[in-house]
Design a protein around this ligand. Structure first.
Ligand code: NAD
Length: 498
């Protein structure tokens, strides 16, 4: 399919794909056409990389003093706040996410730009004592260079912001490749950066598939760092491709996150948060609490109540104010989720609720799936091991603290987890033993821009947000200057007559 869409942003200009190919973006809640965007190929991605390389090497952004780069990010944050509703609607149309959630995402995105804007201005190097008064030795932080950024569809602009803000703060240039299903807010963001006067070539955008537009970002020798957020399988492909040129690699991958509930937890709060953990955004959240790990003595009562409330969750499109959660992103994704549930049941799990698309004409054109609870699962089942990334929670039980910890840590992932108990000592002990990058005690899902985010195990490499998030986009350089060079006398100078 071809038409005149020009959504590639390369070297400060809006362009169509060289092939003329386009993609229709449709709202997963009702199938309505949202936008038609350019479908970039390799050649487009390579042009974007060349623009980012030239801009970086010219020093047009890296040489701007860090506090001024920080001021620019603060203006981006202000611009996002001004246009909050427009961005939030675009995000909801692409993802099917409730508008109220997209608005919260926009607040988080603006806060992220604010955070890195302020951090950029505060950064200082450090002196190193060389033990010699004639030597000046210091550590400075320099931008890594050209960054390739590849992002998923569940939090499209939030995940991009976590990369764009620190990269710009550090003085890098970049090429962003958003998920092919959800490019709209990335396009709006490039327009905002352009309106605010970011020099040409510093920010570049290619809309298109991972195989075509994304792969060059992890392969090309002119890209210094690739930062990827997405699934584990794709993350492995990106890491392997990046190895060819020994790029810096940052990976934020999936999770199979345990939500551990002890018998002494605040029952009502724990049930309520277990629903939020598993079903917000229909479970399409990297940190979703998809594994409920509950103490055996309360398991029956807890799961009965969870099921009762899960059955009452109202599904609906992004602008339906009564809806509590929305559709899945695509037909293919819904089928994947459903397959995990079916396989689990075949392997012996008990389906307590959900396990199907909802009935009703209002759901016919969207990719809805009912909140699903599976109990009597075994640890080896694929629905317990793999990230289904849908509204599906499995229930495992334990008798002792050791067993709770062992169950919660029995995953190749390690992104996030929670522990629910009113025993302060037990809360700290268990939190300390969970091998997950974020551990909540008596809560689920909150995060702070000033606190690092990232996974243990195969959930990732590197951290985003926090001061470490900025450091990912910098090279620490030790500068050692001897201001009084001397002949060392270590080697005899055989060319010189004595
Ligand atoms: P995905 O891995 O299918 O795709 C992610 C991105 O990679 C997309 O832009 C895609 O086009 C691109 N891609 C695909 N193949 C590629 C290739 N060969 N080379 C380069 N790029 C390629 O993931 P998804 O389905 O879009 O997103 C869901 C996943 O993202 C889940 O696993 C979720 O846990 C994860 N996620 C993780 C975090 C985190 O912070 N750890 C946050 C959000 C989402």
């Amino acid at each position: 399919m071809t038409n005149t869409a020009s959504t590639l942003f390369i070297n400060g200009a809006w362009e169509p794909a060289a092939s003329g190919a386009v993609r229709e973006i449709r709202n997963p809640a009702d199938g309505q056409l949202v936008a038609t965007v350019s479908e970039a190929g390799r050649e487009d991605a390579e042009r974007a990389i060349a623009a980012a390389r030239t801009a970086f090497d010219s020093g047009v952004w890296a040489s701007v003093p860090a506090p001024e780069r920080g001021d620019f990010l603060l203006k981006v944050a202000a611009g996002l706040r001004e246009r909050r509703e427009e961005f939030a609607r675009a995000e909801s149309l692409d993802t099917g996410k409730r508008l109220v959630e997209s608005r919260l995402d926009m607040d988080d995105i603006a806060a992220c730009f604010d955070y890195f804007g302020k951090l950029a201005g505060q950064q200082a190097g450090r002196m190193v004592d060389a033990g010699d008064p004639a030597v000046v030795s210091r550590i400075v932080h320099e931008p890594v260079g050209v960054c390739g950024m590849i992002t998923p569809w569940n939090y499209p602009l939030l995940q991009a912001a976590w990369k764009i803000a620190p990269a710009l703060a550090a003085g890098c240039t970049f090429v962003l490749k958003p998920a092919e299903l959800t490019p709209s807010t990335a396009i709006l963001t490039m327009q905002l950066l352009q309106d605010l006067g970011l020099p040409d070539g510093v920010a570049n955008l290619v809309t298109g598939t991972g195989a075509e537009a994304g792969a060059p970002l992890s392969e090309h020798p002119d890209v210094d760092l690739v930062s990827f957020t997405g699934g584990l399988v794709t993350g492995r492909v990106v890491a392997a491709a990046a190895a060819g040129t020994v790029k810096k690699v940052a990976l934020e991958l999936g999770g199979k996150n345990p939500n551990v509930v002890f018998a002494d937890a605040d029952f009502d709060a724990a049930v309520d948060n277990a629903l939020n953990a598993a079903f917000v955004h229909s479970g399409q959240v990297c940190s979703a609490g998809a594994r409920l790990v509950v103490e055996e003595s309360i398991a029956e009562r807890f799961v009965d109540e969870l099921v009762r409330r899960a059955e009452g969750i109202r599904l609906g499109g992004p602008f339906d104010e009564a809806a509590e959660t929305g559709p899945l992103i695509s037909a293919a994704h819904r089928e994947k989720v459903d397959n995990y549930v079916r396989r689990g049941v075949q392997e012996g799990a008990r389906l307590r609720c959900g396990g199907a698309a909802p009935e009703g004409a209002e759901y016919d054109d969207g990719f809805y799936y009912l909140p699903t609870v599976l109990d009597r699962v075994e640890r080896g089942m694929s629905v317990v091991v793999d990230e289904a990334f849908g509204p599906v929670v499995t229930v495992e039980t334990f008798r002792t603290e050791d067993e709770a910890v062992a169950t919660a840590n029995d995953t190749v992932y390690g992104l996030a987890g929670a522990v629910w108990t009113q025993d302060a000592g037990k809360a700290q002990r268990v939190a300390g033993r969970l091998r997950h990058g974020t551990v909540w005690i008596n809560d689920f899902h909150p995060y702070l821009p000033q606190a690092e985010w990232g996974g243990f195990g195969q959930s990732g490499v590197g951290r985003e947000l926090g001061p470490t998030g900025l450091a990912e986009y910098q090279e620490a350089k030790h500068i050692y200057q001897n201001t009084s060079p001397q002949v060392t006398g270590w080697f005899a100078d055989h060319g010189k007559e004595s």
